[in-house]
Ligand binder design. Structure first.
Ligand code: PRP
Length: 233
């Protein structure tokens, strides 16, 4: 059996559709129920439904062999996992946004104050540009922060742009593009090699036949983490 961590939210439906197209059609989960574990013996899989930010943790520690999660989460967490496949869906940008008409800063402090769920991505991005920032970590509803004067800017995910528009915010810089990624526990890749590589191949074929999947080179897959290679099982 392979244990697969799926994230609650926008990625779960396209993920299950991809699994079905790849021949894992038993993965019809009642995702609107309160259940967090779904055993699907017909396709040799157990699915765990977890928060997006927890998917890399389940996979890194071997509680799940496989996970599907946005690249935004991987960039923020720097987890020690293998990342063999860009699944191509869930396309969005990690962007800097400001209130319309306030592209230049309106506070006198030397630092730009930025509200975000992505403090590490934000810090890296502005450090590389030599721009001093004060980062305020929030857990959601980031668009509120500039409206109530909590921050000068936000760094957040932008998909359709509707949430920014609804709050009179405009995108001023794009930090990175994010798509859904397949991640694999490093030990599972060895211990369950046949099942894992077959799953990767089938998902890749299904994703390629419908769109934009990309194989990620061995170099960039290990580059997901800057930590020393470890095996947790
Ligand atoms: C994400 C993101 C934006 C919104 C962007 O929020 O944080 O708020 O989606 O999507 P759009 O460009 O299509 O409008 P999410 O729905 O994940 O909820 P959250 O704000 O609670 O994190």
């Amino acid at each position: 059996m392979l244990t697969v961590a799926l994230c609650k939210g926008k990625l779960i439906e396209p993920t299950l559709e991809l699994f079905a197209r790849a021949g894992y059609a038993g993965a019809q989960l009642a995702t609107d129920s309160r259940r967090l574990v779904f055993s699907c013996p017909d396709i040799g899989m157990i699915f765990l439904i977890v928060r997006p930010t927890d998917v890399p943790t389940y996979v890194e520690y071997g509680a799940a062999d496989i996970g599907v999660v946005g690249k935004d989460v991987l960039l923020e967490q720097d987890s020690d996992v293998y990342e063999p496949l860009d699944l191509g869906f869930g396309v969005c940008r990690i962007a800097v946004a400001a209130l319309r008409g306030q592209r230049s800063r309106n506070r006198l402090s030397s630092k730009i104050r930025i509200a975000t769920k992505y403090p590490r991505i934000t810090e890296r991005y502005f450090n590389q540009r030599g721009v001093p920032v004060e980062i305020i970590k929030l857990y959601g509803s980031i668009e509120l922060a500039p409206i109530v004067g909590l921050a000068d800017r936000i760094v957040d995910l932008v998909e359709t742009g509707n949430t920014l528009k609804a709050h009179d915010l405009i995108e001023v810089e794009c930090i990175a593009t994010s798509t859904a990624r397949l991640i694999v526990n490093r030990a599972s890749l060895k211990l369950k090699h046949e099942a894992v590589t077959e799953l990767i191949k089938k998902l890749r074929d299904a994703a390629v036949s419908t769109g934009t999947s990309k194989k990620i080179s061995a170099r960039s897959s290990s580059g997901t983490s800057r930590k020393t290679k470890r095996t947790r099982r």
